[in-house]
Design a protein around this ligand. Structure first.
Ligand code: GLN
Length: 454
């Protein structure tokens, strides 16, 4: 009730939730009370969570914040949310996000932008919470849920976490089932939690993760007790600092934050090693070929027949055209156009195949670093703090918006786990985050090391 009251009071301002499931929340909480009374509590019994609108929730609107999924009511539950409910968690509602998870500011949502609960000192300017999981990050940061689900295709858990002073982890590709999660770029998409601290993130990920016969890319690898890794020493650990992440025009504050992180690691007994990930500079352009290519294919299913919105347009082709023209927003259309272009005969080899080769090289850079004995890699999470809603520069140039993902996309291209942990405030009092990148299925090292930063 306290969380629902907080949502009702703050959401008209923040716009973090697109659906609040008052009745369902109370029902689930009552069931939790009964289970607690019987001494049958699950790991998350009674814990109120917000769910990104990308996860299918049975009987509860699931629209990926797109007009084209208007009034879509799934008859099934995503595996990740089913795992959370099985452990006793309570659903508060569905969280705002960029349309189909395409964006870095939450401004592409059909339901309008989310406001970051943080503002710069002495300023009235409303800031973005980052994206695409902007609603998840804002809701956690503003105490409108105890934790939230999110997804990360190219940074959408870690960048919003960094912009809102929360913790976000994208686990190894295959750690969580993608079943029942609206697909954006299937070879990159991965679910994970956004939480108030590293311990909460560890507890949530343990419940979310599972191998699932309904997603053949989920991996049968034991899910450890992540919480147990927190508080352990990082003495003797080798922490890589990649020189290629020192990008041009990096603000001094980000540089200083990174140095602070390096000092903390050293003080905790870790060994700092300068490393090179030579193909880093190709990651962003390659990502913005691979992700739209997969998106254009995944979004072909929204044809006005099977889901949500349908506009009449004379014959069937007219219906397809009218439905897709009015149902998709500008950014989604841009991705579909880029994707179909790079997959078309004549351009396929020059763009798509080449981007896939670059992807292999990026993956190999990380493999080489880990093979040389590096345990985890420390970088900034984002190239800046949160920026203003309707930022003129970003609106005028989509590539400027894409540059927000410069430190995060490499991790998705390589399928590795990455965590963003709040590490301090900039001169204006806005949160900044550091990122740790780990070996495949070594989320434990990220929790252990992340806890040293927070
Ligand atoms: N900002 C990136 C994009 O727009 C990443 C989005 C995501 O991780 N879902 O594609």
């Amino acid at each position: 009730d306290a969380y629902l009251a907080a949502i009702d009071a703050a959401n008209p301002q923040l716009n973090a939730y697109v659906t609040v499931t008052h009745d369902k929340a109370r029902q689930m909480a009552a069931t939790s009370d009964e289970r607690l009374a019987r001494g049958e509590a699950g790991a998350l019994e009674g814990i109120p969570l917000g769910i990104k609108d990308l996860f299918a929730t049975e009987g509860v609107h699931t629209q990926a914040c797109s007009h084209i999924l208007d009034s879509f009511l799934p008859r099934y539950e995503s595996t990740v949310t089913a795992n959370l409910w099985a452990d006793g968690a309570v659903m508060l509602g569905k969280l705002n996000m960029d349309e189909f998870a395409m964006g870095s500011s939450n401004e592409t949502s059909y339901y309008g932008p989310v406001k970051n609960p943080w503002r710069a000192k002495g300023s009235n300017l409303d800031l973005v919470p980052g994206g695409s999981s902007g609603g998840s990050a804002a809701a956690v940061s503003a105490f409108l849920c105890a934790g939230a689900t999110a997804t990360d295709t190219g940074g959408s858990i870690r960048q919003p976490a960094a912009f809102t002073g929360t913790v976000g982890i994208k686990p190894t590709y295959g750690r969580c089932s993608r079943w029942g999660t609206v697909a954006f770029a299937s070879s990159l998409d991965q679910a994970g939690p956004i939480a108030r601290d590293v311990r909460d993130a560890a507890i949530l990920l343990r419940s979310m993760a599972s191998v699932d016969p309904k997603d053949t890319t989920s991996v049968d690898h034991p899910v450890p007790d992540y919480e147990a890794s927190i508080g352990g020493s990082i003495k003797g650990m080798k922490i890589g600092v990649p020189k290629e992440y020192r990008v041009d025009n990096m603000p001094e504050e980000i540089e200083a934050l990174w140095q602070k992180g390096i000092d903390w690691m050293r003080d905790a007994g870790a060994e700092i090693v300068d490393i090179s990930l030579p193909h880093t500079k190709y990651a962003l352009p390659a990502y913005y070929i691979v992700a739209p290519a997969e998106a254009s294919s995944n979004l072909a299913r929204y044809d006005g027949v099977r889901y949500g919105l349908r506009q009449s347009g004379g014959d069937i082709l007219g219906m397809y055209e009218k439905t897709r023209a009015s149902g998709f927003g500008r950014e989604v259309k841009r991705r579909v156009m880029i994707g179909t272009y790079v997959l078309s005969a004549g351009y396929y080899d020059a763009y798509y195949v080449r981007a896939q080769k670059v992807r292999t090289l990026i993956k190999k850079d990380f493999e080489d670093a880990f093979a040389a004995g590096i345990d985890t890699i420390l970088t900034p999470a984002t190239p800046s703090a949160a920026f203003g809603i309707a930022d003129q520069d970003m609106a005028a140039d989509p590539v400027k918006m894409y540059l927000n993902d410069i430190f995060t996309v490499t991790v998705n291209m390589a399928g590795l786990p990455g965590i963003a942990v709040p590490a301090g405030l900039d001169g204006r009092g806005l949160p900044l985050g550091l990122q740790l990148i780990g070996k495949p299925f070594d989320e434990e090292t990220l929790f252990r090391t992340g806890h040293v930063i927070e």
